[in-house]
Design a protein around this ligand. Structure first.
Ligand code: ZN
Length: 67
């Protein structure tokens, strides 16, 4: 069983909502979470988050669409 759906973690630093406040964001039609500390990174360097999303897609089968 996976607990991914109930455990929210920052896409950038992987800290969970018990450690730091998380903000819900959507990008490229995917919903995810980012913490308040990483939010400035998203604002100033969105390309770094794009790379995170790309690596998440290829490395995590949970995020793949099943045909
Ligand atoms: Zn973070």
């Amino acid at each position: 069983m996976s607990d991914n759906l109930s455990t929210k973690v920052c896409i950038s630093c992987n800290r969970d909502e018990n450690t730091i406040p998380l903000v819900s964001i959507t990008f490229a039609k995917q919903a995810t979470w980012i913490c308040t500390q990483c939010l400035p990174t998203l604002i100033h360097e969105p390309q770094r988050l794009v790379e995170k999303f790309k690596s998440m897609d290829t490395n995590n089968p949970v995020n793949r669409q099943i045909d």
